[in-house]
Write a protein that binds this ligand. Structure first.
Ligand code: FPP
Length: 263
């Protein structure tokens, strides 16, 4: 079983069941289908604790495990997390190297448990730009979980929303160049099918920790009608209880998708 973590990266707790007190505030018929999380503030949290920025990323993994297991308990269809953007290469090499190693190690360590929990992991982004050993680990994990039917867990790594749209347009242009495509063949469904998240429901809720209120090139197309939940808490401090709070805020939103509400 994949378990929820508290305390240290290696201390786990079970996936919460529906009757868990944690879920008492949940309106089960008003949950998002797809949640996207911008896991911001690892560095600031670490600095505040007198630790290295890298320690913040290790603590961020602990939070992520708690949020994934809570998402499974909630029965969400998809969770997409922003682990590394196309812009994050501008950081010092030591931090970039640390993150790549962290992704590789955590994936190796957790993939069996995620598989047992029926998780379907997928890495989204320009994966060919990642270190070879991480690419190999990603392939292994994706292959292991390819036939699972549970939550879709997308990890955005070397990901940028604009880059994703550029890659989709290149695929369209390639088909057009072969004479297989007329301009009127291009519609929303086609574009959606060419994105890294093909097959996933649209994003209903974007959560961003650490105070900033922006999308930072994350899931630009998929978040067209998403609701936003911002919190001042840094990602390492964000708990399953905070996540449940985001769900209750979401349940109260009036989503009109450009139309009028039915009241
Ligand atoms: C943003 O905080 C966080 C990141 C760039 C890295 C996020 C990665 C993890 C939480 C680990 C995920 C692990 C796996 C296995 C997918 P920041 O560094 O920008 O913080 P700051 O804004 O305070 O500097």
């Amino acid at each position: 079983m994949l378990k929820k973590i508290f305390g240290s990266v290696d201390a786990y707790k079970e996936i919460p069941q529906r009757d868990d007190p944690l879920f008492a505030p949940i309106e089960w018929d008003k949950l998002p289908r797809h949640v996207a999380a911008i896991m911001d503030g690892n560095g600031r949290w670490a600095k505040g604790q007198g630790l290295l920025r890298t320690a913040g990323h290790s603590s961020g993994v602990r939070t992520l495990k708690g949020i994934l297991s809570t998402s499974i308990g909630l029965g969400l269809e998809a969770l997409t997390v922003y682990a590394f953007s196309t812009e994050n290469w501008k950081r010092p090499t030591t931090e970039v190297d640390f993150l790549m190693k962290l992704f590789t190690e955590q994936l190796a360590k957790e993939m069996q448990e995620m598989h047992e929990d029926n998780v379907r992991i997928r890495f989204i982004g320009r994966l060919e730009g990642l270190p070879k050993n991480l690419q190999k680990q990603i392939r292994e994990a994706e292959e292991l979980m390819a036939n699972n039917t549970g939550i879709r867990f997308n990890v955005a790594t070397n990901y940028g929303g604009q880059d994703e749209l550029v890659r989709a347009m290149q695929k369209v242009a390639a088909q057009a160049a072969q004479g297989n495509l007329k301009p009127e063949d291009i519609d929303e469904a086609m574009v959606e099918g060419l994105l890294d998240t093909a097959g996933d429901p649209p994003v209903d809720l974007v959560i961003r920790t650490s105070g900033d209120q922006r999308l930072s090139n994350f899931l630009l197309w998929q978040s067209a009608y998403a609701e936003f939940y911002f919190t001042e808490k840094n990602w390492p401090e964000f708990t399953p209880e905070d996540y449940v709070d985001a769900m209750t805020v979401f349940a109260k939103r009036d989503r009109r998708f450009g139309g009028l509400n039915k009241k």
